[in-house]
Design a binder for this molecule. Structure first.
Ligand SMILES: Nc1ncnc2c1ncn2[C@@H]1O[C@H](COP(=O)(O)OP(=O)(O)OP(=O)(O)O)[C@@H](O)[C@H]1O
Length: 555
């Protein structure tokens, strides 16, 4: 039998040792068995009144009860702590590794819904750990009741052992199949949710177009069906298992009540006791059979979380350029008196996109470009010329596949790329607006509100308790807010990708004629992607791109 990934997960990730937890649960199951046995014994002598034997029985019963309460409480509490601890560790590690991965990996995988199952998987593991412990307790209770039977009635015990021998291997076989099928179903479900996410994102477009809506609906249906198929098999087997494990006990009951007295009339006296024990076994065995599918899902979920971690790890280590150093904690301390750089440059730096077959679909570079401190540079060119890709290369989000980045003539290697990225604050065309100004805890709220006023947003959103009170704004307003965030970050270089697009003419004028020069005046190097040729005269320098190459660089 394969090792349990769930147990391995708790053993590796939690600080609390696993054996005492499991032992506690087994003990609680044994105590439960003891209580049933003692109650049975007590019932047999109920007519004797309060004899010394019955008093001793009661005391042992109460001790057993106390042991049951204590062992169950302790191991459940520990188990809860351990599973939350383990999950927290894995989630944190995933997030940390994800931050080290490069943008290409994230772009590719998020599009295919690779990260969708994480939240479901982690919840499932937390729930299943508890269920698993109860399952263990059920087994212990089963074993305890079995032991009691050996003592009271070896023949009935033999029958129960037979039930066990028949039921458990079958349940375990199904359990292992369910683990594999659950993984398959989760992968297919992720594909469903990827498309579902697209549907939500592109709802407006879909809503307006019946043909598209029908095609998406059909595709969603087919993906849902293919995710459902393995789960259907699992559910079918679960029903079979439940019926099998309960049904076999009913057969046992019949054997005990009807067949046994006919074969051994002398044994009819103990039937009631045997009956009550067999009935008490039904609960644990059914609980065990019900819990197995959930455990199987959790096994698959743990496998999925580790597989994702290994994949991110491989993406971090296996990319063309060397690995980035882990992110430094907090912003890199800079000497305020010393400028962060005099020149930032790309030297023969190139990057390309590939399709699923590995064919190059777009090549950016090789570029040789030096940006001087304090410059206001416009990057211009037609749609698809490669302006945004150049920015991603320049800001260190895409590692150069050829050539290098240089800071004041010094080559920026992978280990220094994190510091390099710290030089920039960026507003991309597909920016994400976070509610909070993460990493800007000491920002002066008055300064934020001043900027909201400068950008004409003071009546649209506010800044309270470190967060914007409203981020659901118009496209142009959201861009203005993103611009404010970039400015507040106060980095040496501010990169603005088509921020003036979607703005009204008056704001556009202020952006080019007042805001950009103001940024330059305060010492920020500004790189702007622009299609607004009416304002090209604002730039110190214009870099023109065509088909991924710099075709002109004019001052
Ligand atoms: N994430 C991506 N994956 C694969 N190909 C991409 C990706 N982003 C851009 N491309 C391809 O790279 C080329 C250049 O895109 P890029 O966004 O850099 O151009 P751009 O000059 O910024 O365009 P626009 O002015 O339309 O914003 C495009 O042909 C596009 O197909």
């Amino acid at each position: 039998m394969k090792r349990s990934q769930l147990l391995d997960f708790l053993r590796r990730e939690a600080d609390l040792p696993l054996p005492p937890m499991l032992a506690g649960m087994v003990l609680s199951g044994l105590c439960q068995g003891l209580l049933i046995a003692l109650a049975n014994t007590g019932a047999a002598s109920a007519g004797d009144g309060l004899t010394m034997t019955r008093l001793a029985l009661l005391i042992v019963y109460l001790l057993g009860l106390a042991a049951w309460v204590l062992s169950l409480r302790r191991s459940l509490k520990d188990c809860f702590t351990a599973s939350e601890q383990a999950l927290e560790r894995v989630k944190t590690r995933l997030a940390t590794r994800l931050l080290q991965a490069d943008l290409r990996y994230i772009e590719r995988e998020s599009a295919s819904g690779r990260f969708t199952p994480i939240s479901q998987d982690t919840r499932l593991v937390a729930d299943a750990v508890m269920q698993g412990l109860y399952g263990l307790q059920s087994l212990a209770l089963f074993a305890a009741s079995g032991l009691y039977m050996v003592w009271k009635d070896p023949i009935t015990f033999g029958l129960i052992a037979l039930v066990f021998a028949l039921a458990v291997p079958q349940l375990m076989r199904h359990y292992q199949r369910a683990t594999a099928e659950t993984r398959l179903s989760a992968e297919r479900e992720a594909r469903f949710f990827a498309l579902f996410g697209e549907l939500v994102q592109g709802f407006k477009e879909v809503k307006l177009h019946r043909g598209r809506s029908e095609a998406i609906q059909a595709e969603l249906q087919s993906r849902a069906r293919s995710a459902h198929a393995p789960r259907h098999d699992i559910n079918r087997r679960t029903v079979d298992d439940l019926q099998f494990s309960s049904g076999i006990l009913y057969v046992l009951l019949a054997a005990l009540v009807f067949v046994q007295p006919s074969l051994w009339p002398s044994r009819s006296d103990g039937i009631e006791q045997g009956l009550s024990i067999v009935l008490s076994l039904m609960g644990p065995l059914t609980a065990f059979a019900t819990m197995l599918p959930m455990l199987a899902r959790a096994e698959a979920a743990v496998g999925g979380l580790y597989a994702l971690e290994a994949e991110i790890e491989a993406a971090v280590h296996g990319r063309a350029a060397e690995v980035d150093a882990p992110m430094a904690e907090g912003p890199v301390a800079a000497d305020p008196a010393r400028p962060a750089f005099e020149h930032l440059g790309l030297h023969g730096a190139a990057f390309h996109y590939t399709d699923a077959a590995g064919e190059v679909t777009f090549r950016s570079g090789p570029h040789t470009l030096e940006i001087r401190r304090g410059e206001l540079v416009f990057i211009v060119g037609g749609n698809g010329a490669g302006k945004s890709t150049l920015l991603k290369l320049l800001t260190g989000l895409y590692p150069p596949m050829e050539g290098e980045l240089r800071r004041d003539g010094q080559i920026v290697d992978a280990a220094a790329r994190d510091d390099w990225r710290e030089l920039f604050s960026i507003v991309f065309t597909d920016f994400h607006l976070f509610e909070r100004l993460h990493g800007l805890d000491d920002v002066d709220p008055a300064e934020v509100r001043r900027w909201l006023q400068v950008m004409g947003l003071e009546r649209k959103t506010g800044f309270e308790n470190g967060r914007f009170t409203q981020t659901a704004l118009s496209t142009g307003q959201r861009k203005r807010l993103a611009f404010i965030v970039a400015v507040l970050r106060n980095k040496p270089v501010c990169v603005l990708d088509e921020v003036a697009a979607d703005q009204d003419p008056e704001f556009r004028r202020r952006f080019y004629r007042e805001l950009l020069p103001e940024l330059r005046t305060r010492g920020t190097t500004v790189i702007v992607v622009s299609h607004d040729d009416a304002y090209f005269d604002c730039a110190d320098r214009i870099v023109r791109l065509q088909d991924g190459r710099i075709v002109a660089d004019t001052a």
